[in-house]
Unconditional design. Structure first.
Length: 234
């Protein structure tokens, strides 16, 4: 087990040749997030701009989206940068996105998924089907470098009640960890985020689950070589 005190929160890589570009990209992402703290419109969903900063730093990346919602609308409530449009912006940007845990979408999103053949792992299949099948489908849809974005409502609301748009029938804790462990072991995860945690007064379970999930991803990143070895031997 990795000691938390030794975990690196931000890993810019060891290549001096790309160091400046990576630093600039991190600064770009930080600027987006800093603006989102005080600007409602910027805060509606900064994920697409943060992912683009990761592309600037690391080159082409694919995206693993864990979410209850497809987030593939072209616009929502008059904005093309709403939380409901984040993955649409990335798909239109040309990135490969694997959608996992999805159980809510509109007709526009359904048409887009069918028309472009987007890889979707429906929550019902992840919850009721064998782990190996849906996790293998997710891995098969991802390229060698991956950005992981976890909307906390991808988990079932019995685990995380504190979120803006909860949907029943979500992923369980251990199935989600098995997916993430497999992705961190089989791909180079360059960055990750956790979004849409909404505190419930008098209850801290949602924040605790999100914090624990962040720790798990840091540990999987730190132990990725061991995970690859374990997978190869199994």
């Amino acid at each position: 087990m990795a000691r938390l005190a030794t975990l690196t929160v931000m890993d810019l890589g060891a290549s001096a040749r790309h160091e400046q570009a990576k630093l600039e990209a991190v600064e770009d992402a930080a600027a987006v997030l800093d603006r989102a703290r005080s600007d409602y419109e910027a805060a509606r969903d900064a994920r697409d701009r943060v992912v683009r900063a990761a592309v600037k730093a690391f080159g082409p990346v694919s995206v693993l989206q864990v979410d209850a919602h497809a987030d593939l609308r072209d616009t929502y409530e008059g904005s093309a940068y709403s939380h409901a449009c984040a993955m649409r912006r990335l798909v239109d940007y040309g990135l490969r996105v694997a959608h996992a845990g999805i159980r809510s979408l509109c007709s526009e999103e359904a048409r887009l998924i069918a028309g472009r053949g987007l890889p979707v792992i429906w929550a019902r299949d992840a919850v009721s089907g064998p782990d190996g099948e849906w996790i293998a489908k997710a891995l098969g849809a991802l390229g060698p470098r991956v950005y992981v974005t976890v909307d906390i409502d991808g988990l079932d609301p019995s685990l995380v009640p504190g979120t803006g748009t909860p949907e029943p029938g979500g992923l369980g804790w251990y199935p989600l960890l098995r997916l993430l462990r497999a992705v961190f072991g089989a791909r180079e995860v360059v960055a990750a985020d956790i979004v849409e945690v909404v505190p419930v007064p008098g209850m801290v379970v949602s924040e605790f689950v999100a914090a624990r999930l962040a720790v798990k991803m840091l540990a999987y990143h730190r132990l990725r070589d061991r995970i690859r070895t374990d997978c190869a031997e199994s």
